[in-house]
Design a protein around this ligand. Structure first.
Ligand code: SAH
Ligand code: SF4
Ligand code: F3S
Length: 436
């Protein structure tokens, strides 16, 4: 090949898509593609999409529309749609968007290089199978990573079927990757300079293999020399097993941060959502987690305006937020998704949803500020991920996953340093390096 072909990937949605985009880039890398940040110079554009809310899915179509002039100027340009919109809409995408050459679902992307070859002759191809073979067995080994903090998908899919959610349909049933493979992939990442790994899964704490649960996996990973920090996301409250909670107390490499979505504080709404837990169950769980690791920072996800949500139901959600005290939270207006049970039910007026979202976000913002201010004066670990905007400044994540800016002219990406927090800004902290 004379000159490397260029690949532009745009990633939407969750961290699992970020991981998948890296693996797809590696798979195409083996076929001679190198990544570019500039869509205009690409030979292939891949959109790795998200179907979780209507807005996310519609964004994909408007972004595809914007690629039209590129395709006109360069008819050889290949355009692919991957991820959860690809899975949910498959063939439909080809019909609606004539410029798309291939559509590949999240379980089939190891076949991407072959699919691409088939498009060379002008064919348009779709693969949204949930194949028997494990895609991870058919992907090339992990390459150099983005930096000292990496993602590792350990579990995929979801069997929970929350009434509002498309993930069980787009990602399929819960599957855990084998223990030995994960250990090998983690060791490989550490050899390439990774010092922090975030274990990923749509229901990461449902991971189990050979009698081990996620707590057991974390304990084994923690024994890898050079791997200094572990995190995991996203968890379901019903899968917080005792040994995982214990690991938060016993394993210093497991960081004091946990994202634990609850969605609502109203038992009536939780039941309608098919969450299979109550608000009380969640509050008791939080107590047990905090007993194991008192300084843990908790974050969550909330949906406002779920069909049938009354003012009293919404107040119950605010009460739960007040009772827990979150470090931050993602909150969303309910979005009806085709094919889900909740989509059959009448929706609340948009103004009601808007007003509730604003009230909830105001409360969460207040709690986020309080949690950050409480860090001032404390000593934390910070793993430098990049240079800051000011000369001599480094930026990294604290143990509690706060972004921290540190004046440190000698600092380098990958350094894990002790820092005293000196100030809190709206979305980050500032600190001074200790020791060195
Ligand atoms: N598996 C994870 C996350 C799934 S998606 C979990 O169970 O927590 C991330 C978040 O998107 C969810 O936690 C939920 O708050 C939100 N979400 C999912 N479906 C939605 C919908 N139909 N409308 C609005 N928000 C939604
Ligand atoms: Fe969706 Fe519920 Fe599964 Fe989370 S647990 S991915 S919200 S169905
Ligand atoms: Fe979106 Fe699929 Fe992730 S729907 S949130 S990209 S699992």
């Amino acid at each position: 090949m004379s000159e490397a072909r260029k690949l532009f990937i745009k990633t939407y949605g969750c961290q699992m898509n970020v991981y998948d985009s890296e693996r797809m880039a590696e798979a195409l890398g083996a076929k001679g593609y190198v990544l570019t940040e500039v869509a205009e110079e690409a030979d292939m554009v891949l959109l790795n999409t998200c179907h979780i809310r209507e807005k996310a899915a519609e964004k994909v179509y408007s972004d595809l529309g914007r690629l039209r002039p590129l395709k006109t100027a360069k008819p050889d340009l290949k355009i692919g749609v991957a991820g959860c919109v690809a899975q949910a809409e498959g063939e439909e995408i080809l019909k609606r968007m004539p410029l798309v050459d291939l559509v590949v679902g999240p379980q089939s992307y190891h076949r991407l290089p072959d699919m691409l070859e088939r498009t060379e002759g002008g064919a348009r191809v779709v693969d949204t199978d949930f194949p028997e073979e494990d895609k991870f067995d058919h992907l090339p080994e992990r390459k150099a990573t983005r930096g000292p903090a990496a993602f590792l998908t350990v579990q995929e899919g979801c069997d929970k079927f929350c009434a509002f959610c498309v993930v069980p349909y787009t990602r399929g049933a819960e599957v855990s990757r084998p223990f030995a493979r994960l250990m090998a992939e983690a060791r490989g990442l550490v050899e390439k300079g990774v010092r922090e790994i975030t274990l990923l899964g749509q229901n990461v704490n449902a991971w189990s293999n050979d009698g081990r649960g996620l707590g057991g996996l974390i304990r084994e990973l923690a024994r890898i020399d050079g791997l200094e920090r572990l995190r995991y996301t996203t968890s379901h409250p019903n899968d917080m097993a005792d040994d995982l909670i214990e690991a938060h107390g016993a394993e210093p490499k497991l960081m004091p941060y946990l994202h634990l979505p609850v969605q609502s504080g109203s038992d009536r709404i939780l039941k309608a959502m098919n969450r299979k837990h109550t608000a009380e169950h969640y509050l008791r769980l939080v107590e047990r987690i905090r007993a194991a690791r008192p300084d843990i920072l908790l974050t969550s996800d909330f949906i406002v305006g779920f069909p049938g949500e009354t003012e009293a139901d919404f107040e119950a959600t605010l009460d739960l937020i007040r009772a827990v005290g979150f470090g931050s939270a993602f909150s969303f207006k309910y979005s009806a998704r085709p094919g889900t049970p909740a989509a059959e039910k009448p929706e609340l007026p948009a103004e009601v949803c808007d007003a509730r979202l604003q009230r909830l976000q105001a409360l969460v913002t207040e709690q986020q500020r309080a949690a950050q201010v409480a860090m001032v004066g404390r000593e934390v670990g910070v793993l430098y991920e990049k240079a800051g905007r000011l000369p001599g400044q480094m930026v990294g994540k604290s143990d509690h996953l706060h972004a921290v800016h540190v004046e440190d002219p000698a600092g380098r990406v990958g350094d894990l340093v002790r820092v005293r927090i000196t100030a809190s800004a709206p979305n980050s902290l500032a600190g001074e390096r200790l020791g060195a």
